[in-house]
Design a protein around this ligand. Structure first.
Ligand code: IPD
Ligand code: CA
Ligand code: CA
Length: 262
């Protein structure tokens, strides 16, 4: 068994354990705090879930490095060796207000190459997973590679609140009108999972952090999806970035006709 298959088996058990604990915590009062602004929420469950993963990784894989949103991981400056990038709850606002539509997101890289990706819809118990070069799966069922898409037939994930207050806004508004539909789910992990399974054709974000996109990028790329920043540049995994994640064909069209258009 390869180290990655073995690691996957362990992570799947940890994810299931984390899910049980998150579900149990929904039966109790949440301890809710704010971070960078009044809408940037964090709860005791975000922190406890990250602590759970960090504790397990440190115990079983002490030489691995961890980037975690809530800060319980390491100070990671480079991608040498094996690096875990963890968002313990992606979609915290949904978690607090809706009690659904939130995910655990994990990406694992070796020397900068994405190896394993996990997006876990806790309420629906849907686990999206990819192993680089071995395919992507939803609850163990293989996900079909992504076919080419076109703007006129596309449903895209986008948060309208993030439309920039500059000349680029007009192009974004035109794009919203040209596509078949726009959806805003409030969880980057969910939007990546939906592009992976064809429920969305593209996902656009003006600014995400590594833990928002690491797991999703690995899964999408395994399916032939394309993930860049909004200028078409490769995403730097340890840096905040805008994100354009899309089917092939559609990605090129979005860049050429809208995002890079003058
Ligand atoms: C947020 C969600 C949201 C995205 C934000 C992220 P969090 O993550 O993914 O969809 O628009 O930029 O910060 O804070 O719920 O983990
Ligand atoms: Ca997040
Ligand atoms: Ca989070």
């Amino acid at each position: 068994m390869s180290i990655w298959t073995e690691l996957d088996q362990t992570i799947t058990l940890w994810l299931r354990e984390a899910r049980e604990s998150i579900l149990a915590s929904l039966e109790q009062a949440l301890d809710i705090d704010t971070k960078s602004n009044a809408n940037d929420l964090v709860t005791n469950v975000d922190k406890e879930t990250e602590q759970f993963f960090v504790r397990q990784i440190k115990k079983h894989y002490p030489h691995h490095k961890i980037v975690g949103e809530e800060g319980f991981g390491d100070k990671v400056h480079d991608l040498d060796g094996i690096v875990w990038i963890i968002d313990p709850i992606d979609g915290t606002m949904n978690f607090v207000h809706q009690r659904r539509n939130f995910f655990i997101s994990i990406g694992i890289l070796e020397n900068g190459i994405g190896k394993l990706g996990y997006l876990y819809d806790i309420i629906l118990d849907e686990l999206y997973f990819a192993y680089e070069g071995h395919g992507a799966f939803l609850n163990g069922q293989s996900i079909a590679p992504l076919e080419k898409g076109r703007v006129e037939e596309a449903i895209i994930g986008f948060n309208p609140a993030s439309i920039p207050a500059n000349e680029a806004a007009q192009t974004m508004i035109k794009l919203m009108k040209d596509v078949r539909g726009v959806r805003s789910y409030g969880s980057a992990a969910m939007e990546f999972a939906y592009v992976a399974t064809g429920r969305l054709d593209a996902y656009i974000s003006l600014g995400l952090s590594p833990w928002d996109f690491a797991g999703g990028k690995i899964i999408l790329e395994e399916l032939g999806g394309i993930v860049t920043d909004l200028s078409g540049n490769p995403v730097k995994i340890l840096e905040n970035s805008s994100i354009l994640a899309a089917r092939p064909g559609l990605h090129e069209q979005l860049l050429k006709n809208y995002l890079r258009a003058k």
